[in-house]
Design a protein around this ligand. Structure first.
Ligand SMILES: *Cc1c(COP(=O)(O)O)cnc(C)c1O
Length: 465
């Protein structure tokens, strides 16, 4: 329906956009099914752990953490697994266990959660950002190679949103230059690349069990996987004050190296073990629901749905959609406004379209202004001067500008009917393409990072008042 239709017919149409006062495609009563699901078995597992009286890795006879470590190593296909307090800690412990030292450079994608780049910084390594592929949103191998310097020690790959990175290409480059590959698989539990499960493909790899992730605990947790005995031993030491954490009745309390206290909690291990029992079944149902949803959306012109190359699977942690202004008869410069118009229309219909990252990692103040530890690691002797410029990763900026995401709502295996209503809402919005295109070209527009900068400035003013 066009804007020039007489007012009376506009009001009469049941198809009117909610943004313009029509009825929502997704009724307010429609609830997002809870994730993680909490069942009676989960409750029993938590109670069992509470009754054990053994709550951390330091407790002699503790069972839940050790069992989860064994079960996850088996599920992923590695010799070892070390559980820690969260996914960020997992990454700094993994890098530390690998032997990354202050001033070493670590390659990280420019589009990820901030933890991927903060974890190297926590051990005084210098993050070096590399741009992403416009379709997979993952690191581009030849750009990784171009970023290597004599100080590079490791490549942190992030299987963003659940899609495995081109691991063989990345590993070939790493081998050629003598670098370690570290998988940040916080978003990709269970995803498979050329027959192997993520978390078994790098020298040492990490997962988050944060309540928002595909394998969750009832709070915070993280897992480190590796085949290397030495890395596993050092990771276990780093999580507990640098101690040799054998479970002898008498703890020595000797710190052999600079460790953290990143010990996990047995209750959370027990909860995740219980979730793990139905992980594969729930992942399969999620895959079916999401594929059915994406099949419907793929028919909408100018909407770029997620790709899954034939040699890998997608864990569907987050669904990202780009917009293609050309298919809407718009100029490339209208990509951002078109994305903003679509987000506005979808949200009004009741679809929780959201940003995932409003700025690239190098745009975050901690890097852009090289805050770090009072200017370290950048001021360490021998560290090359480094400017973090967002324009150095143009695809990351384009993707942040012209895409939106769906998060969380699709994670429950019971989300199928809701996704079907979301697809109705997308189709409804697409029937009003002409209205949205006009809205896009006439709106006042700010890029997401400009909005984020304004938010940051206001927050800063508030706390420094
Ligand atoms: C969630 C996440 C992390 C951090 O995990 P936490 O458990 O929240 O500390 C790291 N990397 C990526 C890509 C993530 O999505």
């Amino acid at each position: 329906m066009s804007d020039s239709a007489p007012r009376s017919t506009r009001q009469a149409s049941p198809d009117r956009l909610a943004m313009l006062g029509g009825a929502r495609a997704v009724p307010r009563t429609r609830r997002i099914p809870a994730w993680p699901r909490v069942t009676d078995s989960d409750r029993e597992a938590v109670l069992r752990s509470l009754s054990s009286g053994r709550f951390t890795t330091a407790a002699v006879g503790e069972q839940e953490i050790e069992s989860l470590e064994r079960e996850w190593a088996e599920r992923v296909g590695t010799r070892h697994c070390v559980m820690v307090s969260n996914g960020t800690a997992a990454l700094s412990v993994a890098l530390g266990a690998l032997g990354i030292e202050p001033g070493d450079e670590v390659i990280v994608p420019a589009l990820s959660f901030i933890a991927s780049a903060v974890a190297p910084l926590h051990i005084l390594a210098v993050p070096v950002f590399v741009d992403i592929d416009p379709r997979t949103y993952n690191l581009v191998p030849h750009l990784v190679e171009a970023a290597i310097t004599p100080r590079t020690r490791a490549i942190v790959v992030v299987h963003l949103h659940g899609l495995p990175v081109d691991m063989d290409e990345i590993r070939a480059i790493a081998d050629k230059h003598g670098l370690a590959v570290v998988e940040d698989a916080a978003q990709a539990h269970g995803a498979v690349y050329r027959g192997r499960t993520v978390g078994s493909l790098g020298a040492v790899n990490t997962f988050s069990l944060n309540v928002s992730k595909n394998l969750a605990t009832c709070g915070e947790g993280g897992l480190i996987t590796t085949d290397d005995d030495g890395i596993a031993r050092r990771a276990a030491m780093l999580r507990q004050f640098g101690e040799v954490a054998t479970k002898k009745a008498e703890r020595s309390y000797v710190g052999h190296l600079l460790g953290f206290n990143h010990k996990p909690n047995a209750i959370q291990a027990a909860f995740t073990r219980s979730q793990l029992e139905r992980f594969d079944e729930e992942a399969k149902l999620r895959d079916e629901n999401v594929r059915r949803f994406l099949d419907r959306l793929a028919a909408l012109p100018g909407l770029v749905t997620p790709v899954v190359p034939d040699d890998r699977s997608h864990a569907w942690h987050i669904l990202r959609f780009r917009t293609d202004p050309e298919a809407w008869g718009l100029e490339p410069g209208h990509a951002g406004p078109l994305r903003a118009a679509l987000m506005r229309a979808l949200r009004s219909e009741g679809v929780p379209a959201s940003h995932y990252q409003m700025m690239s990692l190098p745009q975050q103040r901690v890097f852009r202004d090289r805050l770090g530890y009072g200017g370290l690691p950048w001021r360490l002797p021998g560290v090359a001067p480094r400017e973090y410029r967002a324009e150095d990763q143009p695809t990351t900026l384009a993707v942040i500008n012209d895409s939106f995401t769906l998060q969380k709502a699709h994670l429950s295996p019971e989300a199928g009917p809701l996704l079907s209503v979301y697809a109705d809402a997308f189709e409804k919005v697409w029937r009003h393409r002409d209205v949205l295109a006009r809205h896009a070209v006439s709106m006042e527009y700010k890029a997401p990072w400009e909005t984020a900068d304004e938010i940051a400035a206001a927050e800063w003013e508030e706390i420094t008042e």
